[in-house]
Design a protein around this ligand. Structure first.
Ligand code: ATP
Ligand code: LTN
Length: 325
C-alpha cells in the first residue's frame, strides 16, 4: 500500500506525536511504500523564526531517523522541495467549499490563538494536496487529524466527479491506544508541541527532565489508581502513557498498582519512560554529528518523491484543461 504522513517542523516532538503517528509509521514501513514528510509549508502558517527554521527542519529529519524510520525503506523528504504540493493545493482550492474549511476544529482553535491568515484556513487543502499527489491509500495519524483526512477524501471525490477519475480516495489509520495523549498540565487538552514545555515529554528529554515533568503532572482527587477518563483525566492519561510504553493492557497496570499511591505510579512511569526513550536520545546525538548524511537522505528522498509528483501533476493539469509544458 502507498502510505503518506507528515509532521510540522516547529516545536519538539513529544510522546503523543510518537504514539499517534511515528509508532505507526515504523510498523508500516516494512511492507508498504511509505512517504514521510517534514511539512515545512504547513508550519509557516503560524508565527515562526525564519532564522532558525532550516535548522528545525533538519532536526525533524533527524528525529524521524532517530525514532526508527529507515531511509532504505521509506522516502523521507521536505515538503517544500517538491513544488507540486503547492501547485496541487492551488488547484484543489478551486473545488473546496469555503464552508468546509471554516468548520474545521483546528482552524477554529488556531485562528483564535494566532492572528488569522488565509494559510491557517487553507491548511487542510495543502494537506489534501500532500496526500492526493501520491495516490496515497492510507494516512496514519493521531486522532486530531482525522477531520482533515476526511476533508481530503471529500476533495478527492469532488475532483473525481468534476474532472473524471484522477485521485485515489485515501483511508485514515488511527491506533486504538495512543491516538490522543493528553497534556500533563491540563489532561482535558491534547498534548501539543506548541504548548509550554512542562505539558509534554519530548522524545529526547533527559532522565532528570522526565522525572521532573511526570512528578509535576496534574492528577485528580482521590487515591485510587483507576482508568476513568471523565472523573480521573490526569490518572487516566498517566495510565495510557504507561500502557503505550509498556505494551501492557490498562487493566493489567491497574491490577499491579492496586495498593500503590499516585506517587508510586509517577515514579514507575518516569523510570519506564527513561528506559524506553534512552535509545532515541542516543541515536539523535549520534545523527546530530552527521549533518551531511541527513542532508543527503532528504535530497534523495525529494528526488524520488518528485518523480512521482511530476507524473501525477501532468495528469492533473491535463484533466483540468491546463497546459503541460
Ligand atoms: P502543534 O501543537 O504545533 O499543532 P502537534 O503536537 O499537534 O503540534 P503535529 O505536527 O500537528 O503535532 O502532529 C504530528 C502528528 O502527531 C499528527 O499525526 C498528529 O495527529 C499526532 N499527534 C499530535 N499530538 C498528538 C497527541 N497528543 N496524541 C497523539 N497523537 C498526536
Ligand atoms: N496537519 C498534520 C501534518 C500533515 C499531514 C499531511 C499528516 C501535513 N500534511 C499529510 C498526514 C498527511 C498535523 O499533524 N498537524
Amino acid at each position: 500500500m502507498r502510505i503518506f504522513s507528515g509532521i510540522q517542523p516547529t516545536g519538539n516532538i513529544h510522546i503523543g506525536n510518537y504514539s499517534g503517528a511515528i509508532k505507526q509509521w515504523i510498523d508500516l514501513q516494512d511492507k508498504n511504500e511509505c512517504l514521510f514528510c517534514v511539512v515545512d509549508l504547513h508550519a509557516i502558517t503560524t508565527p515562526y523564526d525564519p532564522e532558525t527554521f532550516q535548522k528545525m527542519c533538519m532536526e525533524k529529519a533527524i528525529v524521524y531517523l532517530a525514532a526508527g524510520i529507515d531511509p532504505e525503506k521509506a522516502i523521507i523528504f521536505l515538503q517544500s522541495s517538491v513544488k507540486e504540493h503547492s501547485e496541487l493545493c492551488w488547484l484543489l482550492n478551486t473545488v473546496t467549499p469555503l464552508g468546509e474549511l471554516y468548520r474545521m476544529t483546528q482552524y477554529k482553535e488556531k485562528s483564535q490563538k494566532h492572528k488569522e491568515n488565509a494559510g491557517i484556513l487553507n491548511y487542510p487543502v495543502l494537506m489534501a494536496a500532500d496526500i492526493l499527489l501520491y495516490d496515497t491509500e492510507v494516512v496514519p495519524v493521531g486522532e486530531d487529524q482525522k477531520q482533515h483526512v476526511e476533508l481530503a477524501k471529500d476533495i478527492a471525490r469532488r475532483f473525481n466527479s468534476y474532472f473524471g477519475e484522477t485521485f485515489t480516495v485515501p483511508k485514515v489509520q488511527i491506533l486504538k491506544t495512543g491516538a490522543r495523549v493528553m497534556s500533563l498540565s491540563d489532561p482535558t487538552k491534547k498534548m501539543s508541541k506548541s504548548d509550554d514545555e512542562d505539558s509534554y515529554i519530548s522524545l529526547f528529554d533527559s532522565p532528570e527532565k522526565i522525572r521532573k515533568k511526570i512528578s509535576r503532572a496534574v492528577t485528580d482527587t482521590g487515591k485510587e489508581i483507576k482508568y476513568d477518563k471523565k472523573n480521573k483525566p490526569g490518572i487516566s492519561n498517566l495510565l495510557s502513557i504507561y500502557s503505550i510504553f509498556s505494551e501492557k493492557k490498562i487493566e493489567e497496570i491497574e491490577k499491579e498498582m492496586k495498593d500503590k499511591s499516585y506517587k508510586d505510579l509517577k515514579d514507575d512511569l518516569a523510570s519506564l519512560l527513561t528506559e524506553k526513550l534512552e535509545p532515541f536520545r542516543r541515536k539523535k546525538e549520534e545523527l546530530s554529528k552527521r549533518e551531511i548524511y541527513v542532508q543527503e537522505i532528504l535530497k534523495k528522498g525529494a528526488e524520488r518523491a518528485r518523480v512521482m509528483a511530476e507524473e501525477k501533476m501532468e495528469e492533473v493539469r491535463k484533466k483540468v484543461g491546463l497546459q503541460n509544458n
